[in-house]
Design a protein around this ligand. Structure first.
Ligand code: FES
Ligand code: FES
Length: 211
């Protein structure tokens, strides 16, 4: 249908599902766009409630990664993955699909395996973030990392940090995983080189060693 032939809607009578009218929505968007840098969220009144608005300019962000505090000034749209890689030089988690499909960016958030490409850095504030970099201790590979080496569970290695972290989350939850546990808990990670047999061997070895 051409734009001209579309029936006109009565202006501002139409409410969105959130209860915000079109005029209020436009007002909020305009305020948000007009605030280049804010230290604390602006509050705007929408539908009778104060709604915090972050950005769109840079805001101060503090993250706790591998037990250390990291601070940066970032736009609220920046993902945890981009913040780690581009601002803090923590590059173990890889950016492959960047849309929650491959698992190469897997990190632990409060002990749970998550895709760092699909969480905003601003949302991860105040939560414990653990990356593959934290698994090695005193120069020694973590038993899961060693098991990947011993079982030849990597070819190009791009998926490996994500798999190692996902295995850690699984073995923390299921110290003696069943084949179903392995299938389920590692189903969010893909290996384009097809090293799945080696990965299954690595999981079995790591479980035997009580990793
Ligand atoms: S890069 Fe995050 S899931 Fe693929
Ligand atoms: S080893 Fe290449 S993608 Fe898994």
């Amino acid at each position: 249908m051409h734009e001209e032939s579309r029936p006109k809607k009565p202006e501002d009578k139409h409410e969105t599902n959130s209860g915000v009218s079109r005029r209020e929505f436009l007002k909020i968007s305009t305020i948000a766009a007009a605030v280049p840098v804010v230290a604390t969220p602006n509050l705007v009144m929408a539908a009778g409630e104060n709604v915090p608005v972050h950005g769109p300019g840079k805001v101060p962000i503090q993250l706790e990664i591998n037990g250390k505090a990291y601070k940066a000034s970032l736009e609220p749209r920046v993902t945890l993955l981009d913040a780690m890689r581009d601002s803090f030089d923590i590059t173990g988690a890889k950016r492959v699909c960047d849309k929650a499909e491959c698992g190469a960016c897997t990190v632990l958030l409060e002990g749970r395996a998550v895709y760092a490409c699909s969480i905003l850095a601003i949302e991860a504030q105040g939560k414990r973030i653990t990356t593959v970099e934290a698994l090695m201790e005193q120069g020694q590979l973590h038993p899961i990392q060693q098991a990947f080496v011993d079982n030849d569970a990597a070819q190009c290695g791009f998926c490996t940090p994500g798999f190692v972290v996902a295995c850690k989350a699984m073995l923390d939850k299921h110290p003696n995983p069943t084949p179903e546990d392995i299938l389920h808990d590692l189903s969010g990670n893909l290996c384009r080189c097809g090293t799945y047999a080696g990965i299954r061997g690595a999981v079995a070895q790591a479980a035997r060693k009580g990793a």
